[in-house]
Ligand binder design. Structure first.
Ligand SMILES: [Zn+2]
Length: 394
């Protein structure tokens, strides 16, 4: 798979050539990069009735995996002093109300500095205009105070009735979730991503992965986030901070976002509008893990993109390993062609239905390119597999 992304052209390309936009040698693309999150067309189709026709085809898994659901009540020892603090470690994600450790920093929506996908208010408007009524006046594109829904399409009627009030049992969620969708955010930072998704577009995502490797979880994984249209009911989504991939000979923001520093290496130069001060790591100075602009093909068209940061890969590997451990039906693998290489095209609907594992947004929709040609799938999947218990790997 990596041969596509490591062409001799790219390895030999000079920064000067790239910086002046002379991207010779690439085919004229027909597919536009993702425009700031899911496109408006997808929004209306995202959350219809609880049972949507698109995703109802996803049958509940026939053979239920053996899962032991923690029972909080059963573990309360006698004599616990009321008011005892339960210490968290700062690396937990929340799955149906249960906390699972990832081994990498996670900021939950309830944490200081977190992004709360449950809130009706806008996060980045003026405080006096943040309420829902003012938000709709300012932004008529907002259709619902809720930016997420229920994973109804993959449940029986009885199960839907049981969880509609909010509480899921872990085993049911483990049965229905079997895909992890990778996006890039075209926003560059998680703060800007949340502003666009939540405040401006009325959408949601379970995780955001900032340039410094901080994972933000914005809603419990029991919720149906609105990030991947027909795949929402069975999937978990992550928006990875990256300004995106672009076709050749087209205006792009890459020069604004990346520059050679005094050491000759490529550094991130986050513009003011993307809230560089929001990056959580103190005095963070980010670099794409590979200095050169990457070139690769998605659905047969060429795109250019800077790679993700070392910190993002490290965090994504641990999160992927966590999810593949917590969700037995989520295989630690990506879509492969007959030769076992990464598929760089969109799956047919039948292939998508049969697939259980990690996939890119472009695997779902022909009009998407994310997470882009720079994504090193083997780095992520190989790294995650190395962290899994042996029994979890086929
Ligand atoms: Zn996407």
């Amino acid at each position: 798979m990596s041969h596509l992304f490591e062409s001799g052209w790219r390895r030999s390309a000079s920064w000067l050539t790239l910086s002046v936009g002379l991207l010779a040698g690439c085919a004229t693309p027909a597919v536009a990069p993702e425009a700031e999150g899911p496109d408006p067309v997808t929004v209306a189709a995202v959350e219809e009735p609880l049972v949507d026709a698109e995703s109802i085809a996803v049958e509940p898994i026939a053979v239920e995996p053996e899962i032991v659901t923690p029972s909080p009540e059963a573990e309360i020892p006698a004599g616990v002093a009321p008011g005892t603090l339960v210490t968290r470690h700062g690396d937990e994600i929340m799955v149906a109300g249960q906390l699972f450790r990832t081994g990498t920093p996670v900021v939950l929506w309830v944490d200081e500095g977190g992004y709360d996908g449950y809130r009706v208010e806008r996060r980045f408007s003026s405080a006096s205009r943040a309420d829902w009524t003012s938000s709709v006046e300012d932004n008529p594109a907002l259709e619902s105070p809720n930016r997420y829904g229920m994973r109804g399409a993959v449940l029986t009627a009885t199960e839907r009735e049981r969880v509609r009030g909010g509480g899921w049992d872990l085993a049911t969620l483990q049965r229905v979730v079997d895909q992890f969708v990778l996006h890039y955010d075209v926003s560059g930072t998680s703060a800007r991503c949340f502003e666009r998704l939540h405040d401006q577009r009325g959408l949601s995502i379970h995780f955001m992965l900032d340039v410094d490797g901080t994972i933000y979880q914005t809603i419990d994984l029991k919720e149906r986030a609105w990030h991947a249209t027909f795949a929402n009911s069975r999937s978990i989504g992550i928006e990875i901070a990256n300004i995106g991939a672009y076709p050749p000979a087209r205006a792009n923001p890459l020069e604004e976002w990346y520059a050679r520093d005094e050491t000759g290496r490529t550094a991130l130069t986050i513009p003011k509008a993307a809230y560089p001060e929001s990056v959580r790591a103190a005095e963070f100075s980010g670099r794409p893990i590979r200095d050169d602009l990457q070139c690769g093909s998605i659905n047969g068209d060429e795109f250019y993109q800077y790679d993700f940061t070392h910190e993002q890969y490290a965090a994504l590997i641990k999160l992927t390993a966590t999810l593949c451990t917590v969700f037995p039906n989520l295989a630690c693998d990506y879509p492969r062609d007959a030769e076992g290489q990464l598929r760089t095209d969109t799956l047919s609907r039948e292939e998508w239905k049969a697939f259980q594992g990690v996939l890119g947004h472009f695997h779902l929709q022909t009009n998407k390119v994310d997470p882009g040609p720079a994504m090193q799938w083997d780095r992520v999947i190989g790294g995650a597999r190395a962290l899994l218990p042996e029994a979890a790997i086929d």
